[in-house]
Design a protein. Structure first.
Length: 210
């Protein structure tokens, strides 16, 4: 029987470790690090394969960007067809992309975009980071950092963006409350650095005045 080369990939470079689970294979397959995250290459005969990934053997993720999904009892599995002539039939949807970042004052849907912050108001003014993301086909890991004018890290956190919040065109807007303290704030440009899975990074600079 002819075997086809099949490469499974997961664009989550900051998680560890990652394994591939094939529905009808009892032993998980260890994946290797790559520039974009994780990969493993297998030789598979033609057929229909159900698979998913696991992070640290506890968090299970499906491959929404490259395949369709199929329920199996209470579990959801990604489905890949390996064609006898063409090999693996991937969907190859585009990667999620950050289109816009806004730093705002206030909470919920009543917010005011900010161009600068006054140091005296930092203690009583909630800060919200609004993100507009396209092509959110699957859950995405997001890292947010706030850098002081001297380059030191003032805030850092990791979030999981739920793809079920996206609209019919796979676009979504998220708001994140940022915990910052007025003590030790320096006047100058502060940078919100947002890194989406797959390596895309976007920076929003906000001036802080005394």
């Amino acid at each position: 029987m002819h075997l086809h080369p099949v490469e499974f990939t997961l664009d989550l470079p900051l998680v560890d470790p990652v394994t591939l689970h094939l529905r009808d294979v009892p032993t998980p397959v260890t994946m290797e690090r790559s520039d974009q995250g994780w990969r493993v290459a297998l030789e598979l005969p033609p057929g229909i394969y159900r698979y998913r990934f696991s992070v640290d053997d506890s968090l299970f993720l499906n491959d929404h960007r490259r395949s369709t999904q199929q329920p199996d009892g209470d579990e959801l599995w990604s489905v890949l067809k390996v064609d006898p002539d063409q090999g693996p039939m991937w969907l190859e949807r585009p990667r999620p992309t950050i289109k816009e970042i806004q730093v705002c004052r206030g909470v919920s849907d009543t917010f005011v975009p900010l161009m600068a912050l006054e140091k005296t108001r930092l203690s009583d003014m909630p800060i919200t980071l609004w993100l507009s993301i396209e092509n959110l086909f699957s859950n995405a890991f997001l890292h947010v950092f706030l850098l002081r004018p001297d380059g030191a890290l003032a805030f850092g956190a990791e979030y999981v963006l739920d793809h079920e919040w996206a609209d019919a065109e796979y676009n979504a807007r998220f708001h994140i409350g940022v915990q910052i303290e007025p003590e030790g704030f320096l006047a100058g440009d502060w940078s919100f650095v947002v890194r989406l899975e797959g390596g895309q990074t976007m920076t929003k600079v906000l001036g802080v005045h005394r």
